[in-house]
Structures are given as C-alpha cells and as structure tokens.
Design a protein around this ligand. Structure first.
Ligand code: SF4
Length: 669
C-alpha cells in the first residue's frame, strides 16, 4: 500500500496520442520525496542537456507534492518542471489553488507530458478515464475564460483547470499557467505548454488518499491549525505588517503600501520614489482596493484567505494574490486602479506578473533613450497607461516589436543591440528579478538571490529576520519562542546582530553564519517544494507552523516513510544537488550566480566572492559551483558523477552547452 502518494504517474505522449498509467518506484520517494525532488530525478534521467526547451523531447511535468491531498493545512502546491526557454535551465514553478489535491484524488501523483500535439488540445483526466480532446475552439481564448468554457463543456463545474492564455500559445518566454486563484509563472513554463500544443490540463478526482497513521497525522494537523490561530492572534512585533503574520504576503488585505512603493524601484527598476506615500495616496489607494476587492479567498484546505477576487469596473472578475497588485502600477508610474485593471488582461493572456511589467517598462525606456524609435511602436497611444495596454497586446501576439520583447529583457536586448543591454539590467540567470534594489549589500539576500534556482521572490525570504532588531530587549523577546530554529546557534547570531557597528551588515553575520542561515532557509523551501506545502505557512514567514522539527513527523505519519531531521536534511541535500546537477550540465557556472550590478548601491566584491566560496564549500561544490565527486558519492548520486565525467564537466574548459541564442532562434537555426 502506498501512503500520501498514489504511486502512479500519467505519461502522455502528445505526438502519438498515447496515454499510460505508470507505477512509480517507492524507493524514489524515499530518496527524493516527491514534487520537486522526483521531478528533478525524472528530468535528469530523461532530458539531457542537448534537449532544447522547445524540443518535443523536453518534458513538462505537473506534480502534486508528496503530502497534497492529505488533511495537512495549506498543502496544495502543484510543482511544474521543465526546461525554461528564458533561462535554458531547469524551471520549477509552483501553483497553489486546488489542482494538485484534485490530481491525487483522481489517482495520480504526476502528469508527464512529452512530444508535441499537431493540433491544439486539452487533456481531460476524470479519475480512470483520461482523454486528449480537441481544443481548436479554445484557440486565442483567455486562461480564465478557457477554464470556464471547459467546465461548461464537460458539465463538470468542480473540474480543476490549469490553462494557458494567448501568451502560452505564442510561446512568450514569460508565459504562465493559470489555475483557480493561482498561477505557475516563473521560467516561461506556459510557453513550453503552448509549444506542446496543450491549452489546458483538466482534472476531476473523487477517490481517497491513504495516510499511514491517521490518528497521529490528524493530531499533527490539529496542532498546526491551533498554532495558526495563535499566530494570527499574536503577530510578530517589530516587523512590517506583511511579515508579521502568516500566509503568502497579505497584499490583498494590506492598505499601507508605503514600504513597497518607497523602497522598490519603479519604471524599468531604476527609480525610487522616496516620498511617494502621502495621506492623499493612502486614501485613494484604500478606496480603490476596497471598491475592487470583492471577496477574500484561500487555496484548498487553508484558512488564510491571502488572495482576493478583483472586479475592476467594466471588466470580468479575476483572482489575485501577492505582489502583482503593484507590479504594473509601479512599472507604469500609474495608480492602483490601473494596476488592478491591466492585471485582469494579463491574467487572461497568462503572463508572469513580475517579468511582464518590467519588459514593458524596459521597452519604453529604450524608446526614451532613442535606442528604439517611434517606428518600432506604430499606433501606440501617447499616454503611459495606454502604452502599457498596447505593449501587452503586441507582446502576447508577438506582433512587431512585441515579438522581440516576448523573449524577455535579456534576449530582447541582445536582439535589439545598439546599447540596449545596458537597460536589461535587472536579471539573474537571464531572468527578470523583483525591482528590490537597496542601498547596502545584504549578504544573506546576496546568496539567496545569486544561488537560487527557482528564481522567485519567495525563495529569497525565509525564517530568519531580514534586518537586525534595534534593541536587545526586542531581540530577546523575539528569540524566546523561536523554537523553529534547527540549532540554537541561530538565536545567538540574531541576538548579536546590530544595526550599526562591528556586528552589523555586511560583515556580520560572518560568511560562515550567512551560509548556515541560507542553508536553513533553502532547506525549508526545498522541503515545501517536495511536499507541496505553501511557502506562506512554512519557508517564507517568520515563526511558521511548519518547520524542521515537525516536518519529519508529518512525513512519517503521512507517507509511512520513517523520517527524522537528519534523514530529511540528507534527502533535501540529495535533490537540491540534483537540481544543481541538471543546471550544471546545461552550462550553469559561478559566473551566472550574480545579482544585477546595481542591485545594491554599496557593493563589496571581495566579500561577495568569499560568500560564494563559503557557500559552495558548505554545499560540497567546487569553486565553479559544481558538486564534487565526494559529495555526489555521499548523496548516492554516483550516476551524476559518471555523467559529469563523460561530458568533461570538471575540466577547465568543461562542457558548456549554453549558447547565447534564445530558445526560439535555436529552434529556427
Ligand atoms: S497561506 Fe495563502 S497562498 Fe498559502 S495555501 Fe493558504 S491561502 Fe493559499
């Protein structure tokens, strides 16, 4: 009997129209857990670096996390993995909502798509019955509209639909997959879905999931619920409102946007508006949010209500959470009403709310600087808001300059030339980052940003406070109930951390301490991504309900895999290293692990090198960030070492298949 997981994957060959239900190896679950972990193993085994993002041999894997579908609160993440057209590395983007538990109830842990369908199709998974159905009537439809049309067509309002919009169909490199109140946006995975000719993957399941020790498991779940209630009643004092509570940042509830609007950059991630937030703006934005936010909503089995339905005047209602509330507004120097309105179109088109506004602001900056001219923007309105709507349409249709911009700022700048690269200044690993640009280097953020392979905001934040507390009294109060730490040394580091003087950033915490903190934060993110847990209840906020001490108990009682902290840490190291190995053999090296040059005003090159060296050493990687033979052996990944050797990865001029051509160009070449 398999517990927590179903033990079956759906393998769908779109070229041949073949559908198979394949039993999985329980040993893989022990070694790599599930979700991201087993996705990384499948990509390693079946997608060598010669396979390009838009090759039929690239896989697109939709995976429910190991504990999805069990009663664990907030455990509802779908982990979508493929090779990204944007970074040309392994992409793994998560979506919340309802899809993953539904897949489990239908009897599957993963849906693995390979090949390409000659016509646009959707996949209908209804328990045992799985069909590839014609979707030609859905061509060009919005992602939310598609979901509604499919539910009507199937007469199944409870079917969960993960769909792409026009952006995915047209292989826009930052196309998302939209689902319920959530989306998997980073890495352009929607473009891979479009390239495979799949408009939607639809699932309805009515079966049960087995849990190994139900009574024990329910006790653990109840403890978590009680703790959530306690934390909701007792926000962490001394930190900004969105960090004081649990859940994915509570952007839909918070009216005070002083911090974001005055600290994050506006436009093409270049302009800080220090005195932006005043009484008038605060009142205007509060009224806008209150009038358009029609209902607060949650993902499956979660009480946190961190998303909302948004009903802009004259537009259909859509769902939103998180920082996309502000991304379009700030990129266009506009008001919140504009941001909530254009996000409706962007959700239907299915694009990443972090990349898209930055790409559009980048285009307008190039126009301003004369690198692009009016001839590149024929018929574009004169007003800023109108320009953003116009650009969004061109991008998702790949029309005119939109065809170039649809490849993201990194590739677009290369294609445009004439100095455009200087303006594509906010990428790491070829991917747009949040416009969070501060004055002084934060060594912990530096490491999370540079070495992170998920490339999203939630991966760079974690359970250690982002800044020191001013007084010792505040620090002592904070550490008092900080039982989440894997080791008490973290409490001492925090107690000693001062806002100024010898024990302040960037030299304190020391590189060794920073690496330990990052290692802890990263470990939690990787556990979440394998179990299917929302980061908002675990790896992202301070003092969350899920942590390194209760996770092993959840896995033991839920999945029946006897687990302790050490064994769990080792499993995470194993699949974290496997993610790195996938990217290593795709050419990723130390040179790629650097934040944008202007990310902080005050930089410390020597310290940054030392931080990377120390981090690599802690991970058991060499100076290039490549896992060593010894590390791979210790983790039972000798097969990775053998592949690296065969490819000459360790040699000085090691195998680096990365070519400076975008995925579309490679395909056409
Ligand atoms: S905390 Fe928020 S984002 Fe996370 S599962 Fe709950 S409702 Fe969804």
């Amino acid at each position: 009997m398999r517990y927590a997981e179903t033990g079956f994957n759906l393998e769908i060959d779109l070229t041949r129209g073949n559908i198979e239900r394949v039993e999985t190896d329980p040993r893989d679950t022990e070694l790599y857990l599930g979700g991201l972990g087993t996705n990384a193993k499948i990509l390693w085994d079946r997608v060598p670096p010669e396979v390009e993002p838009f090759s039929p041999d690239n896989l697109l894997i939709f995976s429910a996390g190991l504990l999805c579908g069990t009663p664990a609160t907030g455990c509802n993440r779908t982990i979508v993995s493929t090779i990204s057209p944007q970074t040309q590395l392994m992409a793994f983007s998560m979506m919340g909502g309802f899809w993953a538990p539904e897949l489990k109830y239908a009897g599957y842990d993963k849906v693995i798509l390979r090949g390409k369908s000659p016509n646009l199709v959707y996949i209908w998974i209804n328990n045992d019955k799985v069909e590839i159905r014609d979707a030609s009537h859905l061509k060009g439809k919005g992602a939310v509209e598609t979901a509604e049309l499919i539910q009507q067509e199937l007469k199944e309002p409870r079917a969960q639909v993960a769909a792409i919009g026009l952006a995915g169909e047209n292989r826009v490199y930052f196309a998302s997959i939209e689902q319920g109140r959530s989306s998997a946006s980073r890495g352009g995975i929607g473009a891979v879905m479009g390239d495979k000719g799949v408009k939607a993957v639809v699932v309805r399941g009515t079966r049960d999931i087995n849990v190994a020790r139900p009574a024990e498991y329910m006790d653990l779940c109840n403890e978590v619920l009680q703790y959530i209630q306690f934390r909701n009643e007792n926000p962490v004092p001394g930190v900004m409102p969105i960090l004081a509570g649990l859940g994915s940042p509570q952007e839909m509830k918070v009216h005070d946007e002083k911090w974001h609007t005055e600290n994050f950059m506006w436009g093409n991630s270049r302009v800080r508006r220090k005195d932006f937030w005043n009484d008038e703006i605060a009142k205007e934005w509060m009224e806008t949010l209150d009038s358009m936010r029609t209902r607060l909503i949650s993902c499956y089995n979660c009480p946190m209500t961190c998303g909302a339905t948004i009903s802009p005047p004259g537009l259909p209602t859509y769902m939103m959470k998180c920082f996309s509330k502000l991304t379009y507004t700030m990129a266009a120097f506009a008001d919140l009403e504009f941001g909530l309105g254009i996000a409706q179109s962007a959700t239907e088109y299915g694009v990443d709310g972090f990349s898209t506004p930055q790409v559009m602001a980048f285009a307008l900056e190039l126009l301003e600087k004369g690198i692009l001219t009016d001839d590149d923007f024929p018929g574009m309105p004169a007003d800023n808001e109108g320009r953003f709507y116009w650009l969004l349409d061109r991008i998702v249709r790949r029309e005119g300059i939109g065809d170039v911009l649809a490849n993201g700022t990194y590739w677009a700048a290369k294609q445009i030339g004439k100095g455009a690269e200087e303006y594509a200044h906010n990428t790491i690993k070829k991917h747009e980052q949040l416009p969070l640009k501060l004055s002084m280097l934060n060594p912990i953020y530096f490491l999370m940003y540079s070495t992170g392979e998920k490339i999203n905001i939630t991966q760079i934040e974690g359970q250690f406070p982002q800044a020191p507390f001013l007084t010792m009294e505040e620090r002592e109060a904070f550490v008092k109930d900080w039982f989440h730490v894997p080791d008490d040394k973290f409490k001492q580091i925090f107690l000693d951390w001062e806002p100024r003087g010898e024990k302040s950033m960037p030299f304190y915490p020391t590189p060794e301490m920073c690496c330990d903190i990052v290692d802890w934060q990263e470990r939690m993110h990787y556990i979440d991504d394998a179990l299917g847990m929302c980061a908002g209840l675990s790896s992202f906020p301070l003092k969350p309900p899920y942590h390194i001490h209760n996770y092993p108990k959840f896995i033991s009682a839920g999945a029946g895999i006897e687990m302790d902290e050490e064994k769990l840490t080792q499993a995470v190291r194993r699949y974290r290293t496997l993610v790195r190995a996938n990217n290593t053999r795709r050419g990723m090296r130390r040179k790629d692990e650097k934040p944008p040059a202007d990310h902080w005003k005050k930089r410390f090159p020597e310290l940054e090198e030392k931080l990377l060296d120390t981090y690599y050493q802690l991970k058991g990687w060499n100076k290039q960030g490549i896992p060593t033979k010894e590390t791979l052996h210790e983790l039972g990944l000798d097969y990775v070492y053998e592949d690296f050797e065969k490819r000459g990865v360790y040699s000085e001029n090691g195998y680096t298949p990365e070519q400076e051509t975008s995925a579309g160009n490679e395909k056409e070449a």
